[in-house]
Design a protein around this ligand. Structure first.
Ligand SMILES: *Cc1c(COP(=O)(O)O)cnc(C)c1O
Length: 356
């Protein structure tokens, strides 16, 4: 390993010193009032930062983000129900697949380089009673216009379920203002915590729409009941919840807008810095969280990612499948500084033989 390895991956992301300190401590017992208080405060702070409607709830699950997507499908979608899923990349395809797995009749809204601020592509899917969207399609770095999609869902009485896993914290999200019924979060992206904790936020409307759970472990009705007293049906990732509590206190204290401005400044610094290099943005509508790029000089993206790691200790993210040679991704989440961005720009310039 290089003495200093810098992570620019969209999960895990660089973590803050206080997160690391909490991770080094003994995990405490958790079926007590002290821990219930931590969970209830985490819930209140999450709902606050997302401008959740009054009466909304946040439920914590011991699972990666996909577990929370599965929990949503197993508790909000009835067998045979018509579901529309926005598919702009791998995570949209996964959401569609999960809903299908649970017996929904899924139609896919296939999206290219478009953020759906014009909702015309949704028109053919107005019969669906649920719409699934990954606010940031992380596989290609595409940020959707969640507000416009939410308005469409309201007009057509659709339950709007948003996977915000890779844009929460770094990019604005407004449950009440944008008409979102359920939000899915996970610990290892913008929250800058270790992987293993995810959350499902439910508006009052989503709570009323809960179906009998078709998953034993991911039973959101039971989680709602236990969560009312700050507990979870099963052992939660106790240490990650303590890290979340610490992180949310910081976010609430400084204001989540500050986090977003910081991420936006890092993204802008990076995007301006690569201007002289043979790299093109892969999608027009980019989040603060991440930049997806394509080499324009014919060299392979996969080779670039490998070289950046072995030569410079910079860990970028390769794409898989058909995009392996044409797209790679650079995260701007977590405890990243302008100096990290500059070090990456220096490495990229050196790789291309450009002076900076
Ligand atoms: C990371 C991510 C997930 C969850 O992936 P896990 O590996 O299960 O944590 C889901 N949706 C999006 C948009 C993501 O970026």
């Amino acid at each position: 390993m290089k003495s200093k390895v810098r992570l620019f991956t969209p999960g895990p992301v660089p973590m803050y010193p206080s997160t690391l300190e909490i991770g080094a401590r003994q995990t405490p017992y958790f079926r007590n009032e002290a821990f219930s208080k931590v969970v209830l405060e985490c819930e209140a702070m999450l709902l606050d930062t997302l401008n959740a409607p009054a009466g909304s709830r946040a439920l914590f699950l011991g699972a990666s983000g996909t577990g929370a997507m599965e929990a949503a499908a197993a508790n909000l979608v009835a067998p045979g129900e018509k579901v529309a899923a926005v598919v702009g990349g791998g995570f949209g395809a996964r959401f569609a697949q999960i809903a299908r797995f649970y017996g929904a009749e899924v139609t896919e809204i296939t999206v290219g380089d478009d953020n759906l601020s014009d909702t015309a592509p949704l028109e053919a899917h107005r019969e669906a009673s649920v719409l699934l969207l990954n606010a940031h399609e992380t596989s290609v770095g595409l940020l959707y216009d969640v507000a416009s999609v939410g308005k469409f869902c309201r007009e057509h009485g659709q339950l709007f379920v948003v996977d915000a896993i890779s844009m929460y914290v770094t990019d604005p999200l407004d449950m009440e203002g944008w008409g979102i019924d359920a939000v899915i979060l996970s610990s290892q992206k913008g929250l800058a915590l270790p992987p293993g904790l995810s959350a499902v936020l439910l508006s009052p409307r989503a709570q009323r729409r809960l179906t009998p759970s078709r998953s034993y472990y991911f039973d959101l009705g039971r989680a709602l009941e236990d969560g009312a007293r700050g507990q979870t049906p099963f052992t939660p990732p106790v240490t990650i919840l303590l890290q979340l509590h610490d992180r949310l206190k910081g976010i609430v204290r400084d204001g989540i807008g500050n986090e977003q401005r910081r991420a936006a400044a890092l993204a802008e610094r990076f995007r301006e810095g690569i201007a002289p290099l043979p790299l093109a943005f892969y999608r027009r509508h980019m989040p603060n969280a991440m930049t997806a790029l394509s080499p324009t000089d014919g060299r392979s993206a996969r080779e670039l990612v490998a070289a950046l790691e072995t030569r410079y200790g910079m860990v970028l993210t390769p794409n898989g499948g058909a995009l392996a040679d044409t797209v790679f991704r650079v995260g701007h989440m977590g405890a990243m500084t302008p100096a990290d961005i500059d070090a990456l720009l220096d490495a990229l310039s050196d790789y291309y033989g450009e002076k900076r």
